[in-house]
Design a protein. Structure first.
Length: 94
């Protein structure tokens, strides 16, 4: 059985899915969550030549500092993402 794609509903009720993504691990607790996401986004751009537009992360331990966006990157949560991992890439409406 195929595992369903990660989805998140936008404020207008439209679902958002990851089109192309990269899994990034960063457990540096000396940096803030936005700094860690920015570091992943910079690497993503260098590797793929494209700006990331969405980043999924695990909700545990991030609730207090979870921003809705970091720059132009929409931040979403999913329990399917391991702690200290970021699934960052390009999102698309479902």
């Amino acid at each position: 059985m195929k595992e369903p794609e990660l989805q998140h509903k936008l404020k207008n009720g439209e679902p958002l899915q990851m089109e192309v993504g990269m899994l990034w691990f960063d457990n540096d607790q000396q940096q803030s969550l936005p700094e860690r996401i920015e570091k992943a986004a910079k690497y993503y751009y260098r590797k793929y030549g494209r700006d990331a537009s969405v980043c999924y992360l695990n909700p545990e331990g991030t609730i207090i500092e979870l921003p809705g966006k970091v720059g132009e990157i929409r931040i979403l949560v999913s329990k399917k993402i391991l702690p200290d991992h970021f699934w960052i890439g390009v999102g698309k409406p479902a």
